[in-house]
Design a protein around this ligand. Sequence first.
Ligand SMILES: *[C@@H]1O[C@H](CO)[C@@H](O)[C@H](O)[C@H]1NC(C)=O
Ligand SMILES: *[C@@H]1O[C@H](CO)[C@@H](O)[C@H](O)[C@H]1NC(C)=O
Ligand SMILES: *[C@@H]1O[C@H](CO)[C@@H](O)[C@H](O)[C@H]1NC(C)=O
Ligand SMILES: *[C@@H]1O[C@H](CO)[C@@H](O)[C@H](O)[C@H]1NC(C)=O
Ligand SMILES: *[C@@H]1O[C@H](CO)[C@@H](O)[C@H](O)[C@H]1NC(C)=O
Length: 308
Amino acid sequence: MKFTNSLVFSGLLASASAVPIATGPSGKWFDRFVVIVMENTNKATALADPYYRQLADSGVLLNGYQGTTHPSQPNYITMIASTTAAGVFDDGDHNTTQNSLVDIFEPAGISWKAYQEGYYPLDGGACNPIHQNKTSGYVRKHNPFMSFDNIRENISRCQNIVNAQEHFAADVAKGKYAPQYMFYTPTLANDAHDTNVTYTETDLKYLINTMMGNEQFMKNTLILVTFDENDVYSPDSYGTSNDVYSVLLGKDVLSCTGCIDQQFYNHFTQLTTLEQNWNLTNIPNPDGDGAMWDSWMLPFSKLKAKHH
Ligand SMILES: *[C@@H]1O[C@H](CO)[C@@H](O)[C@H](O)[C@H]1NC(C)=O
Ligand SMILES: *[C@@H]1O[C@H](CO)[C@@H](O)[C@H](O)[C@H]1NC(C)=O
Ligand SMILES: *[C@@H]1O[C@H](CO)[C@@H](O)[C@H](O)[C@H]1NC(C)=O
Ligand SMILES: *[C@@H]1O[C@H](CO)[C@@H](O)[C@H](O)[C@H]1NC(C)=O
Ligand SMILES: *[C@@H]1O[C@H](CO)[C@@H](O)[C@H](O)[C@H]1NC(C)=O
């Protein structure tokens, strides 16, 4: 019966390749989410840059998107956890017993990876809790996964936090077998923290082109390019709202391109969107009681439901 089975199997493969799907669970709107996080820039400044403008014109400009807080680190935390988890309220090194997206992804079979430019894991892929690497431009405060005890102390989870330069393009080249959730942190130079958006164009273009050039990878993929917070420390930002440039890309999954979405969003919206996309529960064990941010925010509105 082996012969018959293999015919059935290749038949399934043939129909699967006609309608390519990611290897994990299929989502309501998308099968893969990529977030690239830039730093400390006012929305108007980013929009004045020709490349960032071009990206906005080819996707959805989220005109009502704000950073959740100041300074940097808690903004990153709020992209993967439903609270400013357990005291990660400043840029210092903090350990938390709270849960994150990883705790709802793994039971659902959703693969994830964090790509950190300039990050070098310890032997065997163990987490390197180093505060910063001055040579490479890596900082822990831009790597939210490192704050969670149940990630940092678990080597199999640590193996999903990788050096971006070594792994990102290689994983994108896997096409539909690339991770379903990809979190990308550039170095302090490539994210505009120590430079400006003009400088960051080179690295960002490379990342976007690497993805866009791979049709299999882009199938049902949603990309978010965002900034952690506005340039609060510059005089023209004092007392203003934390407006940041945020753009969604991915023609398979957006209901319009070159369009503007005025709805209010913040970094917690990523959680809400991911949870609703894959029909996940809210993240359990937030600090405080009851419902948290991931149940309060609305998901991104300009996504189109897939046809099954
Ligand atoms: C965080 O936990 C690590 C072990 O995973 C430990 O080495 C480090 O001292 C802790 N840091 C803080 C700030 O508690
Ligand atoms: C810091 O980065 C350099 C490369 O820029 C690397 O050779 C070195 O091993 C890194 N150090 C640590 C402690 O990760
Ligand atoms: C470590 O992570 C793996 C993979 O996520 C998980 O299967 C395992 O249960 C975790 N181990 C502990 C001790 O939590
Ligand atoms: C960014 O910095 C470079 C030099 O460091 C400068 O030439 C350029 O004008 C700056 N761009 C913006 C938008 O400020
Ligand atoms: C979503 O999950 C809930 C609870 O686990 C389940 O009852 C429901 O059928 C699921 N919906 C879809 C569309 O899969």
